[in-house]
Design a protein around this ligand. Structure first.
Ligand SMILES: [Zn+2]
Ligand SMILES: [Zn+2]
Length: 478
């Protein structure tokens, strides 16, 4: 007995949450519903548009808050965000200069890779999944660690970054998305950082970030922290460790920064262009393992946009998501807790919707049998009479439907004679296993040959009643 109770408890924890129905009395409908509908339908197109703008935050904001002028060949230099543009455009050249003028030390190469992962994880596990999406909870120590390494990726403070990212999710693909993929791959990758923002990103709730002392600490000290973590510390580690100050600066500092920058930028560009949409195709985010590979696992972006507060990006064990594994490791050592996962049932529902959409698309390319309502109804006697006519038709009754197998008689795998012997008769039993239990393809092909419904024709009686056919016969062929 105890065992059963325990099992039931275990089972109930796996059950999806089902809200209890509210105990409410039925709504009192005043007036006539159709009158309300009529009122709505009398609105002019202009009124409907006005109503839409009034009730739609994006449309209202876009209309009321003017955008900066378009970037042209005459004004481009005035519209550039010079400090950011200088940093982003210069760093690859400084890295190249370093590559051609600095001798190679294997310790520095390994350290560069490690520093790339550490500062990259500061963004993916810290800025993105922890601070922007609150996909898990972290101890103060872990928050400071992630904020410190995140600063080393030189992508602004976590507060600024998360605010923009929340707007990106809330207004994806609209002009209120700070790096909307609809503005082109270059713009969503780096253009939005090189040029002054064309308009303010849409409103996003950041009250939690404003009240988080760790976030505020990083925001206040961001510049010095970024400079120290990005250039000073890697230079010192390589210099003091194996006397390679120059390699530390050029490789672990600058070259690593180029890769970290473009890795994160790919989440805004590549992840909105390359790959599949297994969960929703109404917006641009896509899943692709190449994006995952270059972004420390942030490449399953279609899943991420559908289930943003899930700590995972990749669901399957073989998909590349080292950030997910790192968060699980943080949990294992007691630094992280409450790792959020969307219910599997809802995730599968998304997948199902997309498969269903694909099937519908395929269905639209296929010719289907006539609907029952399109078919005339005749009596069995009329059917027999019509089948005697020598007009090239071969009328056969199967399961209440009269079929014209005239064009198929010579292709029938069971032979011409068999079809001929059933003309004017009810071949239901023969078709359904009496002679041969026909396969699905045969059933599908037969359905395409329907020309009429036989009155009182067995299984389809309920269809005829439902369609409200009268008991008088309609001529089969005009
Ligand atoms: Zn995105
Ligand atoms: Zn996100």
């Amino acid at each position: 007995m105890v065992y059963i109770v325990d099992k039931l408890k275990e089972f109930s924890t796996c059950m999806p949450y089902v809200p209890k129905p509210l105990d409410l009395s039925p709504p009192i409908v005043e007036g006539n519903v159709s009158t309300d509908n009529q009122t709505q339908s009398t609105m002019s197109t202009e009124q409907e548009e006005e109503e839409f703008i009034k009730n739609n935050y994006v449309a209202r904001t876009l209309l009321n808050e003017p955008e900066l002028p378009a970037i042209t060949w005459t004004n481009w230099y005035k519209e550039i965000n010079w400090p950011q543009a200088t940093l982003l455009c210069l760093e690859p050249f400084i890295a190249l200069y370093g590559i051609f003028t600095t001798s190679f030390a294997w310790q520095t190469a390994i350290f560069t890779l490690i520093w790339y992962f550490l500062t990259g994880f500061g963004i993916t596990a810290g800025y993105h999944r922890l601070f922007a999406h609150r996909a898990y909870e972290a101890t103060k120590t872990l928050r400071y660690i992630l904020l410190t390494f995140g600063a080393g990726a030189v992508q602004g403070s976590a507060q600024w970054w998360s605010r923009g990212h929340r707007a990106h999710h809330r207004y994806t693909d609209t002009d209120l998305d700070p790096y909307s993929a609809h503005k082109g791959m270059f713009y969503s990758h780096i253009g939005w950082l090189i040029f002054k923002p064309r308009r303010k990103p849409g409103v996003a709730d950041v009250t939690d970030l404003n009240h988080d002392p760790t976030i505020q600490w990083q925001h206040r000290n961001y510049i010095s922290l970024a400079f120290f973590m990005s250039f000073v510390l890697p230079t010192l580690i390589c210099g003091l460790g194996w006397n390679d100050y120059r390699g530390g600066y050029f490789f672990a500092g600058v070259l690593r920064l180029v890769f970290v920058h473009h890795s994160t930028f790919c989440v805004n560009s590549l992840a909105h262009y390359l790959g599949d949409t297994p969960f929703d195709d109404r917006h641009t985010p896509r899943d692709h393992f190449i994006t995952a590979l270059v972004t420390l696992g942030e490449g399953y972006h279609n899943f991420h946009h559908e289930f943003p507060s899930d700590y995972r990006n990749a669901l399957r064990w073989f998909q590349y998501d080292p950030t997910k594994l790192l968060i699980e490791f943080f949990k294992l050592i007691g630094l992280a807790s409450n790792l959020k996962e969307f219910p599997n049932n809802e995730i599968e529902k998304g997948r199902y919707t997309m498969v269903h959409k694909e099937l519908e698309k395929l269905g639209r390319t296929i010719a289907w049998p006539k609907r029952n309502a399109e078919l005339p109804i005749i009596t069995f006697e009329e059917y027999q009479e019509l089948s005697k006519k020598d007009d090239g038709r071969a009328l056969i009754l199967i399961a209440g439907f009269i079929h014209d197998a005239g064009h198929f008689i010579d292709s029938h795998p069971g032979g011409r004679a068999l079809i001929k012997s059933y003309i004017g008769k009810d071949a239901t039993v023969a078709f359904y296993g009496g002679i041969h239990d026909h396969n699905t393809a045969a059933h599908n092909m037969l359905a395409m040959m329907r020309v009429a419904i036989c009155k009182y024709g067995g299984e389809v009686e309920h269809i005829k009643k439902r369609l409200g056919h009268v008991q008088t016969a309609t001529p089969i062929f005009a």
